[in-house]
Design a protein around this ligand. Sequence first.
Ligand code: SF4
Length: 192
Amino acid sequence: MMTTIDHRNAWELLVGTILSAQTQDIQVNKITPGLFKAYPNIKGYLGLRPSDLYKFTKHVNIYRNKSKNIIKAARFVHENYNNKVPASLEKLMEIPGVGRKTANVVLSNAFGRNEGIAIDTHCITVANRLMLYKTKDAKKIEQRLMKVVPKSDWRTASLLFIALGRDVCTARTKYCERCVLKDICPSSTVKK
Ligand code: SF4
């Protein structure tokens, strides 16, 4: 999954991706320059309280929880990986606040490794409308897509699903008349 979260290294991408849950990347990119300037590396977060981050994070959803997770993640990476974000899906998913989607984003974009396809709520909506899978379970959708999409295209596939779900095939409304898949999608409202 290619990301539109601005970052200069794996740690910044990890922080940006934690902040991006239920928040647009564009909003995250507005607050991270100040955050990364104040705390340029993992060590800077170790002695902080979550409330120390609020002045930066308060403009994103569920910022209290995200602030807490960022500090927990910094301490975890400091204690277990000598301040280096690990380049493994399993190890990334052990970090507090990091789920499979975040781990996939970091692995793919910071380390150029594709071990899975990042599935977010947009992907889930689109996959169900395309009837690739009738489930809200991100892991099942990911496993299904990994079988049908060539590995070299995993990043692109995730990006396209997310873009489609965010801009055209949204959870609230489907704009089939301007969708590139309108002629082949089983849920299309455009008459053939
Ligand atoms: S044709 Fe309509 S339902 Fe199908 S993917 Fe496009 S917007 Fe979604």
